[in-house]
Design a protein around this ligand. Sequence first.
Ligand SMILES: Nc1nc2c(ncn2[C@@H]2O[C@H](COP(=O)(O)OP(=O)(O)O)[C@@H](O)[C@H]2O)c(=O)[nH]1
Ligand SMILES: Nc1ncnc2c1ncn2[C@@H]1O[C@H](COP(=O)(O)OP(=O)(O)O)[C@@H](O)[C@H]1O
Length: 217
Amino acid sequence: MQRRGLLIILSSPSGAGKSTMAKRLMAWDPSLKFSVSATTRAPRPGEIDGVDYQFTSKAEFERMVEAEEMLEHAEVFGNFYGTPKGPVEAAMMEGRDTLFDIDWQGGQQVRRSTLAQNVLSIFILPPSIEALESRLRARGQDSDEVIALRMSEARDEISHWAEYDYVIVNDDPDQAEEELKTIVKAERARADRMPGLNDFVRGLNKEFEARQIGARS
Ligand SMILES: Nc1nc2c(ncn2[C@@H]2O[C@H](COP(=O)(O)OP(=O)(O)O)[C@@H](O)[C@H]2O)c(=O)[nH]1
Ligand SMILES: Nc1ncnc2c1ncn2[C@@H]1O[C@H](COP(=O)(O)OP(=O)(O)O)[C@@H](O)[C@H]1O
């Protein structure tokens, strides 16, 4: 039996390197499906509609929430972000793993949903707050005001680190990528073995029963 796809969630404070790690993971395994979020935020230069985000109006976003088309949604830095449900469910049924770049609120909502069993959640920390700020500046995409807002929210985002299955400190990007790949490989191996192991243990139990050994309720 083919297993259902994993939902691989990456969260971090803005600037810690989620998008960078997501892109590296996608390059390593192009069979991964990236969950394209809907957002009311304006596109940054170079961002492509339908690839980086599905850029939507507030009215369209609200319609999607009302119609229960979102797996989760949240307000982050004054804009709305949400995960369209359809593509995630389709990937899961095909046995394809999906990669999410979402904040802690989204992470909590997915972990509390009916899909919780398939979640692999990874939190990315910056090596220091100084590095976080200089990365936000070096990215050169946001105004001073937007950077200040992201820095002021970083502490709150970081306070949720322990809710995640794994934590990676993104100091050297190559090392962080290796750690990420190791986690994904191990968790995939675990998910692959699970259906087979169920059958195997059922077989062992049949043997116990034939020999009339073990617990009876
Ligand atoms: N809950 C939720 N958060 C999202 C979603 N998409 C993006 N985010 C988060 O929104 C925050 C801002 O994203 P973005 O504007 O792209 O800025 P960046 O993370 O600094 O590149 C980040 O923490 C993202 O992980 C989503 O669909 N749901
Ligand atoms: N380990 C790293 N060392 C130095 N710079 C990094 C590292 N990881 C990412 N960056 C850079 O920091 C900036 C923020 O990274 P990004 O992936 O956009 O973060 P996020 O998606 O978490 O907001 C980008 O310019 C990126 O190239």
